[in-house]
Structure formats: structure tokens, C-alpha cells
Design a protein around this ligand. Structure first.
Ligand code: NAG
Ligand code: NAG
Ligand code: NAG
Length: 482
């Protein structure tokens, strides 16, 4: 991704008067100063009373150095020298000749590689410096470069308010680079490839930096010592569009982390060695978020997908190379979630130990709009567990009957659980067994009674003296017995 960096920094306001001895130069590798106005175009522009410009236009004059002297200027001390040396092949910017006027100095397209230490020592009232379109690197820019004259104990500051270092090769800036620039209001570092304002061992950002609410659009803070997202960022929340805060020892991101950054479009929270958890509601406020990079966080086991649900602009979500096993998401029905994740088109999930179950599958379905068109799903993400699914590509999970089998496994809310014998099933069972026992009892009783009856009947048949024989016979027997 091409980084377009435009940083406007506001530094503290403190006025200093500059007074001190001029230090003499011995070296003279400069263009001779006397004839400068014969080579260049010099002109006094009296635009407003007490606001006059003395223009020294030396652009594209095939010069290899700045002159040794400024032309003599007759006029009030309010004159501003506007000097342009743009379009000359200068390579090394030596110390500018001494002037006690305010100054705008530009040297664009000068093929500058080096700026001499103390280059602006003799022009302490320089207000604007445009060094865009050169080959300057972070290493050639040091705090010494911008210091003023030495007085008694320390170096005086210079008056610089605007510094344009766009279109250079700056990757990083020295920590104390602006030590001598207390009035710096505008710093442009646009179009420096891979610019890092980062890796400066910062552990806090002083609130003063953002106090005037400059239109800070992009801020690179990766590679520092932040243990939390600096709170002072909320002061530039209205303008900030991109924030890079990866490679910091942050352990968790919470609801507080991005408070007030309502216009953020790109957020990069990657490569954080200590990040364990992204808590609930972390991203709820970021209504304009389009790209969220949260990958390569080796300890991250929890990530709050839920708070992304309502972000109407989110297009890309990168979660690869973390320790995620599942995505915590509230599963809604197909009809309920029409407006959730409406623009999400890219989901990067590879290199995580995914546990492929119904929960994960449902989360994927929510995120991918139940197969709505235009979704680019990552091919390389695979299940790690359970054993029989390990190695399965996540997109292939949609073919697995994961949820149909486990649908009853929805976790029951652990409220009052009746004793086992009081559960409806047990009660019914008990009633049935009682009925069954009674029924069996009755049946057994009946049969016994019946059998008894039958037996009794057959007993009479055999034992009663009254037999259904002839009366005579019975008589004969009784008489015989008698
Ligand atoms: C810095 O310089 C670039 C290119 O020369 C220009 O486009 C840009 O507007 C300047 N920025 C500021 C803040 O002056
Ligand atoms: C996100 O930040 C990390 C760490 O600084 C960096 O390596 C990566 O390239 C960034 N990603 C994007 C898309 O900017
Ligand atoms: C995963 O992240 C670690 C650091 O967090 C990094 O060293 C490693 O290169 C990454 N692996 C891949 C495949 O990107």
C-alpha cells in the first residue's frame, strides 16, 4: 500500500528573542555573493506597508551552492527575504549566509542529500523552509541541523514555523529532531515512501502536540513503547483517517482504546507481541472504518467481531497469523442480519488454529452474508481441530453438516436446575410406572381371583357330596356310609 503521509504537527508556543554573537565562517565553498543579483532575479515587492518581500529568485541557474552573502537590502527591518534556489544541483546545503531578516527559503528539486550541521544558525529568523523533492533521509536530518546560535549555555532556537520535507527518502526521524524548533506549526512529510514517525521509543505523546487540533490525517506510531493507545489521539479524532499503532507492547484493546477517533478509515494493530485480547465494543465508535488490520498478533486468542457488526463501511478484515480458535459472534437468523457487515468483502483468516465447529461455521455464515455474492473468502485458512476436520479449508466447512448434528448443543443457561427426580420426564415416568405397577397388580390379582374361583368350582365338583349324579346313587352311598 502506498502510504500518503501528511503530517501537520503543532508545537508549543513560546517566543524567544534571538540575540547572540555571529560566528565567523572560515570556509568558503559558496557561490560568490556580490554578483548574486546579476545571476539571479532580485526584486523588492512592496505589497503592503510594513510587509515587503525581497525576492531572490535563483531557481534553475545551474548553481552548485548557496551564495556566501545575501545582496544588500535597503529598507525596513520588516522585510522578508524570499529566496528560491529550486532546480539547481546543490547536493549539500551548507550554512546559509547571515541575515537578520525574516526569511522564506526554498530548495525544491535540488538533489539535496546532505544538510550541514548548523545550516540555519545564521538565519535565526527563518520562518519557512521548503526542502521538498530532494533525496534527504532521516539520517541526514538531525536536531543539530536546525539549531540556532550558541549562547552562554545552550543553543538558541530558530523561528521556523513551516517545514516541508515532502517527497524525500525519509523513513524515520530522530527523536529530538524538533528540539530547536519550538514554533514549528506545520510539518509536511507527505510522499516519503514508508515513512515511520515511529520506532522512536515513545511511551507517551504529550497533549500539547495536538492541542491546536491540527488537521492530522495519518499517524504512524508503530514500533514504540506504548502500552495503550495514547489518549491524546482523541484530540485529533475529527481529522485522523489512518492510524498505525502495531509493533507496540499493548496487551489488550478495549472500548477506551479508540475513543473519539470517529473518522478513522484505516486502522493497523498488527505485529503486537503481547496483544492477548481485543475486548467487546473496541471498535463500536469507528463508524467510518474501512480496513482493519489485526494480523500477526501471536498471542491473540480473542477478537471481538461483534462490535464490527454495525460498521457500515468495513470492507476488509485481516486476522491472519494469530492464535484464534473461534470467532465470538452472536448468531442471528438469516433474516435478522440483513444490514450487518454490509460492505465486508475480504476476510483474511489463515494461520490460526481454528476449531471447526458449528459456532465457527455460524460466525462465518454471518460474516459472509450467508453466501451473498461478491465475497472473497480466504482460501488458505484451515481447521486445526477437531481431529477429523484438521486441514479442512474453512470455505469447505459450508459443505459439512456441522450444525445439523449439533443443533441441540446450544448452551443452556445455567439457572435453577430441579433435582433429577423432579424433572417432568422423571415425573411422567414415575406416574407411568405407578400406573403400570397398579395395572400389573390388578391383573395379577384378577387372575389369582379367577384361578381361585375356578379352582373352587372344580373343588366343589370333586369334593362336594352333592354330585350331579342320580339321587338314588347318592342315597345309596350315604346309606352305605351310614
Ligand atoms: C510541500 O511541498 C509540496 C511539494 O512541493 C507541496 O505540494 C505541498 O503543498 C507543500 N506542503 C505544505 C504544507 O506547504
Ligand atoms: C500494518 O502494520 C505492520 C506493522 O507496522 C506493517 O508491517 C504492515 O505492513 C501494515 N499493513 C498495512 C496494510 O499497512
Ligand atoms: C506470523 O507472525 C509472526 C510475528 O507475530 C511473524 O514473525 C511471522 O513471520 C508471521 N508468519 C507469517 C506466515 O506471516
Amino acid at each position: 500500500m502506498r502510504i500518503l503521509l501528511r503530517i501537520l504537527l503543532l508545537a508549543f508556543f513560546s517566543a524567544f528573542c534571538v540575540h547572540g554573537a555571529t560566528i565567523e565562517d572560515d570556509e568558503a565553498p559558496f557561490e560568490p555573493g556580490k554578483e548574486i543579483c546579476t545571476r539571479c532575479n532580485c526584486a523588492l515587492h512592496e505589497t503592503k506597508p510594513n510587509y515587503n518581500h525581497f525576492l531572490i529568485d535563483c531557481s534553475a541557474k545551474d548553481m552548485h551552492n548557496v551564495p556566501t552573502e545575501w545582496p544588500s537590502i535597503d529598507g525596513s527591518p520588516d522585510i522578508i527575504i524570499v529566496a528560491s534556489f529550486s532546480g539547481n544541483e546543490i547536493n549539500t546545503l551548507h550554512r546559509l549566509p547571515q541575515a537578520d531578516y525574516s526569511m522564506h527559503f526554498s530548495c525544491r528539486h535540488c538533489e539535496l542529500k546532505v544538510i550541514e550541521v548548523d545550516a540555519f544558525l545564521d538565519v535565526p529568523k527563518i520562518l519557512r523552509l521548503d526542502l521538498s523533492w530532494n533525496h534527504l533521509t532521516g539520517e541526514t536530518l538531525r536536531s543539530d541541523t536546525f539549531r540556532g546560535r550558541f549562547s552562554t549555555k545552550s543553543y538558541e532556537p530558530i523561528a521556523l514555523e513551516e517545514l516541508n520535507l515532502s517527497h524525500n527518502q525519509i523513513r524515520s526521524l530522530e527523536r529530538k529532531i524538533f528540539e530547536h524548533l519550538p514554533r514549528l506549526k506545520t510539518l509536511s512529510l507527505a510522499h516519503n515512501p514508508h515513512l515511520d514517525l515511529s520506532y522512536m521509543s515513545l511511551s507517551a505523546i504529550p497533549d500539547e502536540i495536538f492541542q491546536q487540533k491540527p488537521k492530522l490525517r495519518e499517524l504512524l506510531l508503530q514500533g514504540n513503547d506504548f502500552h495503550a493507545v495514547p489518549e491524546s489521539l482523541s484530540q485529533v479524532g475529527k481529522s485522523l483517517k489512518s492510524l498505525y499503532i502495531g509493533v507496540n507492547p499493548i496487551e489488550e484493546l478495549t472500548e477506551q482504546s479508540f475513543l473519539g477517533l470517529t473518522n478513522l478509515v484505516h486502522l493497523n494493530v498488527s505485529f503486537m507481541p503481547n496483544l492477548v485480547e481485543v475486548r467487546e465494543h473496541t471498535f463500536s465508535e469507528l463508524k467510518h472504518l474501512e480496513m482493519l488490520m489485526c494480523s500477526d498478533n501471536p498471542q491473540m486468542t480473542k477478537f471481538d467481531v461483534e462490535s464490527l457488526r454495525s460498521l457500515k463501511s468495513l470492507r476488509e478484515l485481516h486476522l491472519s497469523n494469530c492464535s484464534l480458535k473461534t470467532l465470538n459472534i452472536e448468531v442471528k437468523g438469516k433474516d435478522e442480519q440483513q444490514d450487518d457487515f454490509p460492505k465486508l468483502r475480504l476476510l483474511k483468516l489463515e494461520s490460526n488454529p481454528w476449531h471447526c465447529d458449528c459456532g465457527l461455521l455460524s460466525a462465518l455464515q454471518e460474516l459472509e452474508h450467508h453466501g451473498r455474492k461478491g465475497f472473497y473468502s480466504d482460501d488458505r485458512a484451515r481447521c486445526a481441530t477437531p481431529y477429523d476436520l484438521s486441514g479442512t479449508l474453512l470455505p469447505d466447512l459450508f459443505k459439512e453438516p456441522l450444525c445439523s448434528m449439533e443443533i441441540r448443543k446450544t448452551p443452556r443457561i445455567p439457572i435453577y436446575e430441579p433435582a433429577s427426580f423432579l424433572r417432568p420426564k422423571s415425573i411422567l415416568l414415575s406416574i407411568f410406572s405407578v400406573i403400570a405397577v397398579v395395572a400389573i397388580g390388578l391383573a395379577v390379582g384378577c387372575t389369582i381371583v379367577c384361578i381361585k374361583k375356578k379352582l373352587k368350582q372344580s373343588d366343589f365338583g370333586f369334593t362336594t357330596p352333592v354330585r350331579y349324579t342320580t339321587v338314588r346313587e347318592s342315597f345309596s352311598t350315604t346309606t352305605s356310609v351310614a
